[in-house]
Write a protein that binds this ligand. Sequence first.
Ligand code: PLP
Length: 200
Amino acid sequence: RARIADACESVGRDSRTVTLIAVTKTYPGGDVVALAQLGERDLGEAKDQEARTKAAGLVATHPQLRWHLVGRLQTNKAKSVVGYAHAVHSVDRAKLARALAEAAAKQERPDPLEVFVQVSLDGDPERGGVTDADLDQLVDEVAQRLDLALRGVMAIAPIEADPDQAFATLAQLSERMQRAHPGAQSISAGMSHDLEAAIR
Ligand SMILES: *Cc1c(COP(=O)(O)O)cnc(C)c1O
């Protein structure tokens, strides 16, 4: 949080515009309890099975927690994910968007599932993310689904690239998305090693 505050101060941003999502993948549920005691509400996980098990173990005692799926997701996990997840940050194809929307509709959730469309900044299909050419169509697919709430874009900075340049491209894609979908203002970006660049 100190790093986030410093990064915000250096570019004149209000740190309340930044949400820290503590990524707890590979860490046990006990660590999530410790984070919750420190006031952390937003947890990130990469895999459905691990996330589902942790969420199920904590839902009774810590109902305030919001689980965010940040890893690549198979379509057949949609039904499970909508049972506990607040948001999915890695929606990168229409088939997955449809599966999540249909599963969320059946689940009769109190709130729609929040969705970030993951974009590829280097065109490498292995790392996930929709290409620039297919972005607008996927965004429209998500936006028209009442059981999904389009929040914005997500990307992982390519390993070899300058993160400032990568996140600047992401900000441009976000602006493009907001022209058609003014409510989708959020940008999901930054890890431990590049969060300052993401905030800039
Ligand atoms: C694992 C992961 C993170 C967290 O990475 P750290 O280096 O532990 O900060 C963030 N975002 C995504 C998409 C991840 O898969």
